[in-house]
Design a protein around this ligand. Structure first.
Ligand code: HEM
Length: 497
């Protein structure tokens, strides 16, 4: 026994030494003492900033080209729209997700759409676009959202509103709502997690942990450390592995059930479409598709709504203007809380307020690609092959160069033309849904869902952020999508007639 333990310890030690030399000589251990790298490595940026993204926004505002290099991460970060156009459109083929990205997220996302390039990506993209773009699926999605609002969201909110001092975490409610919706749309499966008392979903817990731990890999200045931990299944890597096992088991059950229920007749959900064209036994690929869509549809929508309602509770004038618009389009009162697609189309101010809130609080705060070959960005920045190139929607929403000197203000009017109609921005200036060939395929569905929830909640309830942190800025936890530390606790009451 003693021999085995000694052998194990010596192996770890030798592997560590080997890895260190490998890093130094082959991967070039990227130590750098420049101001940015020093602040990153020592976390001294925390002395002045609450969130890593706020620090990046500060650095990018200070840079004359709106671009910086973080040498220790071998990364270029930009908030320059011309560079975003270059990366996502003009030189799209030189900026795939790349091998590095797929190594970091491969355990969680496998070959899913978020983690693939080339033919694997094209195949999933085509099917997903066909599905989400079809009229029947749009109607189906609207029906799902409407039913969730009427039968689940409103009863839960009403129940909390009867006790004015009880506190509800809206971020959690939005996550439950969007998880129910995306599960039904993608797999015809009712997750049923938005009811009282709130059930603990093993799947959701595992999903959150896996997403956070995977994101931490991407932020590590010495990636070899997590790779060693993975080999020995220790620490955060052990936890990640366990979370992924839970996800795999539950996704596997879901696929099995779906196969058993058969594919007779036209089904609107995404998985039916994928099952119809994939090989019978490729359950692993189906699992990857499932996980990517859950990630895409759940956390993004919830993050967008969390930022929106946080801003709204601090801007009563904007809230009143939305309420007035809803009364004008749907008629006064609050009996009807769900709106038709035609009614939603007429809600220009609400639409503008949602876009404006995601300018300041984008659900995906930054997004990275890897340079396939040496290149020069539109602003003249040299990019060496293998460099991580990150565009930063969070910072871009906070640049005076893009939005003017009032960029810090929450001002939906900046999205309206003289007639009060919504005026979209060029996506390279506002890449909240990305831009170019990989632009979000769920954008329309996401906006419909967010608008529907906003209509129902603003028409029927008033919310107030609870607790001492109610006037502070939002603090985010590391993750693939924006997650507010501590959630969004609110007190809620019904509006008076
Ligand atoms: C406010 C909500 C949403 C935001 C802000 C958002 C944003 C984004 C962003 C930034 C990307 C690019 C990610 C990357 O390439 O790394 C993306 C891709 C994607 N989104 Fe969304 N998304 C939202 C909602 C949704 C919903 C509801 C769905 C599904 C119904 C969805 C499906 C997808 C898919 C499948 C992709 C991958 C596209 C590709 O790689 O070709 N998204 N989204």
């Amino acid at each position: 026994m003693l021999l085995i333990i000694s052998f194990f310890i010596v192996s770890i030690f030798l592997l560590f030494i080997f890895s260190l030399f490998h890093t130094i000589f082959h991967q070039k251990l990227r130590y750098c003492s420049c101001e940015i790298c020093h602040a990153y490595l020592t976390s001294s940026w925390r002395n002045d900033f609450v969130n890593l993204s706020d620090w990046y926004a500060h650095l990018l505002r200070r840079s004359p080209t709106s671009t910086i290099k973080v040498h220790v991460l071998n990364s270029v970060v930009t908030a320059n729209p011309s560079n975003v156009e270059h990366i996502l459109k003009t030189r799209f083929h030189n900026y795939p997700k790349g091998k590095q990205f797929s190594v970091i997220l491969g355990d969680l996302l496998g070959r899913g759409i978020f983690n693939s390039d080339g033919d694997t990506w094209r195949f999933q993209r085509k099917l997903a676009s066909l599905e989400l773009g079809s009229v029947s699926v749009r109607v189906f999605a609207h029906e799902i959202v409407k039913t969730e609002i009427e039968t689940r969201l409103i009863p839960v909110l009403t129940s909390f509103s009867t006790n004015p001092s009880s506190v509800l975490d809206l971020q959690d409610v939005f996550r439950r709502f969007s998880f129910n919706t995306i599960s039904k749309l993608s797999f015809g499966f009712d997750a049923d997690c938005l009811r009282l008392p709130f059930p603990t979903s093993e799947f959701a817990v595992a999903f959150d942990a896996a997403s956070t731990l995977s994101a931490k890999r991407a932020l590590a200045p010495f990636p070899l450390l997590w790779k060693i931990k993975r080999i020995f299944k220790i620490g955060s890597e052990k936890e990640l592995k366990e979370s992924i096992n839970v996800i795999n088991r539950l996704a596997g059950d879901l696929i099995k059930q779906r196969r058993l229920s058969g594919l007779t007749g036209k089904k609107n959900d995404l998985i039916s479409r994928f099952m119809a064209v994939l090989a019978e036994d490729d359950d692993e690929y189906l699992r990857d598709i499932v996980v990517s869509f859950l990630l895409a549809g759940r956390d993004t929508v919830a993050a967008g709504l969390t930022g929106f309602f946080w801003l709204l509770t601090h801007h009563p004038k904007v809230e009143n203007r939305i309420k007035e618009e809803l009364d004008r389009v749907m008629g006064p009162g609050f009996d009807s809380v769900t709106s038709s697609c035609d009614e939603m189309r007429d809600m220009n101010y609400l639409h503008a307020a949602l876009y404006e809130s995601m300018r300041l609080y984008p659900p995906v705060q930054f997004d990275s690609k890897f340079a396939l070959n040496d290149d020069v960005l539109a602003d003249g920045t040299f990019v060496k092959r293998g460099t991580k190139v990150t565009y930063h929607p969070y910072a871009m929403g906070r640049m005076a160069r893009i939005w003017g000197p009032d960029y810090q203000e929450f001002k939906p009017d900046r999205w309206l033309d003289n007639q009060g109609k919504f005026r979209p921005e060029n996506p390279v200036k506002y890449p909240v849904f990305q831009a170019g060939a990989r632009v979000c395929v769920g954008k329309e569905m996401a906006i419909m869902e967010m608008k529907s929830i906003a209509v129902a909640m603003i028409r029927k309830f008033k919310m107030q952020v609870a607790g001492p942190g109610s006037t502070e800025m939002l603090r985010f936890a590391p993750g693939l999508t924006a997650t507010v530390n501590g959630g969004l606790p609110v007190m809620i009451r019904e509006r008076e007639a």
